[in-house]
Design a protein around this ligand. Structure first.
Ligand SMILES: [Fe+2]
Ligand SMILES: [Fe+2]
Length: 152
């Protein structure tokens, strides 16, 4: 019933690409940003890199378990997210970019959770746990935005 194994693998590969793009942009932003106001955001992004890489790893393992192949760099689709800004003091822009990326991740995991319902509980369970983690990031950065918009 419902979604096929191949369709599930495709959705997981998309999620895998999104996580890797997140790793790249959080890494760049955690290094690029300048200034006193950026310090907390840089620390927070640094901590998230490990988490997002962990998400990618769990997705890769599930892709393999389902009989799929984890894509290499030539088959990873990037460029969906806001890029690190040229103005390295634009902390608000970076926070907004993170919020956008986390929202996109939440939406994608919700899509997989719905698609796998009644068909693949292990993938569904994985995506519920990933959704919980992304929601935590989303709320954290929405909180930062409140504060930084006030002082920015
Ligand atoms: Fe993630
Ligand atoms: Fe995240």
């Amino acid at each position: 019933m419902g979604i096929s194994r191949e369709e599930t693998i495709e959705l997981l590969k998309q999620a895998y690409c999104m996580e890797l793009e997140t790793v790249m942009n959080y890494l760049a932003n955690s290094v690029n940003l300048d200034g006193v106001r950026a310090e907390e955001i840089k620390k927070s992004l640094s901590a998230d890199i490990t988490e997002e890489l962990g998400h990618a790893t769990q997705l890769a393992q599930r892709i393999k378990q389902l009989g799929g192949l984890v894509p290499g760099s030539a088959n990873v689709t990037l460029g969906q997210q806001k890029q690190p800004p040229a103005d390295t003091t634009d902390v608000v822009y970076v926070i907004q970019a993170v919020i956008e990326a986390e929202q996109a991740a939440c939406e994608h995991y919700q899509k997989i959770i719905r698609a796998t319902d009644g068909a693949d509980y292990v993938t569904q369970d994985l995506c519920i746990r990933l959704l919980a983690s992304e929601e935590e990031h989303l709320i954290q950065f929405q909180g930062y935005l409140k504060e930084y918009q006030k002082t920015g």
